[in-house]
Design a protein around this ligand. Structure first.
Ligand SMILES: Nc1ncnc2c1ncn2[C@@H]1O[C@H](COP(=O)(O)OP(=O)(O)OP(=O)(O)O)[C@@H](O)[C@H]1O
Length: 293
């Protein structure tokens, strides 16, 4: 398990990361989300030791992290990091060797990964000759070539088509199944919702929420949608009902308790037909907007 404890980073007057604390448990896929400039990349760089924190610590397996620990980590940095003019297989084998793999082992894993990502015919091609999406696949292969004990991936899914996303998701799941903790940042909240076991939400350098998607959901306000035959504007007059929005026959409501639900239903039926009165299950995007606003 990796622990981030009160990590703080200033750039001059800019407090980019402000006392960030969270854990990435073994075998869990942790999604790191937050708007542009929230501090995700800065935090990941401090975890990887490529940027010094102003204060705070990173722990691995319950003790302060060492250089040797970090050598066992796989990292896909925001600025990527492979050589554009070198053949992709050579680069992967080289990186695997740097991370302690034998030449034969690194080559076999690299060939398997490239084959799996549809690049089996292009092993001798230079990185720059591949499309951006295919370059991204090679970057992910580079992060896992050393059989890492922890994976840090900065926006690994940006620019990937749905089929590539699915194969990356399968690859990452194989790692978490073996107990490897994975931390990845993404702005693709539908994907984060599908993929991650837990979330860390950052806003303006601060952790504003952590937990599973269902935990985050249960902390948010509960809304109901009412759809009636005519105009639903009458619902504004009911006690115990906070109207979030009314649009013709549809109203979005925050109800104070079961009594309010009964009241809304009774009133609606007395006034005509009722098509729907149901609890709204918020999407991760809705939750994200609520916790970061
Ligand atoms: N090397 C640097 N020098 C000065 N300021 C920096 C540096 N790196 C990051 N910052 C600032 O730190 C803040 C956090 O940036 P960071 O890149 O960590 O955000 P992010 O959440 O990864 O954003 P995005 O989703 O846009 O990639 C921003 O205000 C950014 O301008």
């Amino acid at each position: 398990m990796l622990g981030v404890n009160g990590l703080t980073r200033r750039f001059g007057d800019n407090l980019a990361v402000d006392g960030v604390t969270f854990e990435v448990p073994a075998g869990a896929m942790t999604g790191f989300v937050g708007g542009n400039g929230a501090g995700k990349t800065t935090t990941m760089r401090m975890i990887m030791g490529v940027l010094q924190p102003t204060s705070g610590t990173v722990t691995w397996a319950g003790r302060e992290i060492t250089v040797a620990d970090r050598r066992t980590f796989g990292y896909m940095p925001e600025e990527r990091g492979l050589y554009p003019k070198q053949p992709i297989l050579d680069q992967l084998v080289y990186l695997g060797r740097l991370q302690g793999r034998s030449a034969a082992g690194a080559k076999q894993t690299a060939l398997d990964l490239l084959d799996r990502f549809g690049l089996g015919e292009r092993t001798g091609d230079k990185l720059e000759s591949l499309s951006l999406g295919n370059q991204q696949r090679v970057q992910i292969a580079a992060a896992v070539i050393g059989e890492p004990e922890f994976l840090v991936l900065d926006e690994p899914f940006s620019g990937l088509d749905p089929a590539a996303v699915d194969s990356m998701v399968d690859l990452l799941r194989e790692h978490t199944t073996r107990g490897v903790p994975v931390l990845f940042s993404s702005h693709q909240l539908d994907l984060v919702e599908r993929l991650c076991d837990q979330l860390v939400v950052l806003a303006r350098g601060l952790v504003v929420s952590t937990g599973t998607v269902s935990e985050l959901r249960s902390r948010g306000r509960v809304l109901h949608r009412l759809v009636v035959g005519g105009d639903a504007g009458w619902v504004r007059a009911l006690p115990g009902v906070h109207v979030v929005d009314v649009d013709g026959p549809t109203a979005l409501l925050e109800l104070e308790g079961p009594g309010s639900t009964d009241l809304v239903l009774r009133e609606a039926m007395a006034r005509g037909s009722v098509s729907e009165l149901a609890r709204v299950v918020p999407s991760l995007s809705d939750i994200y907007r609520e916790v970061t606003s």
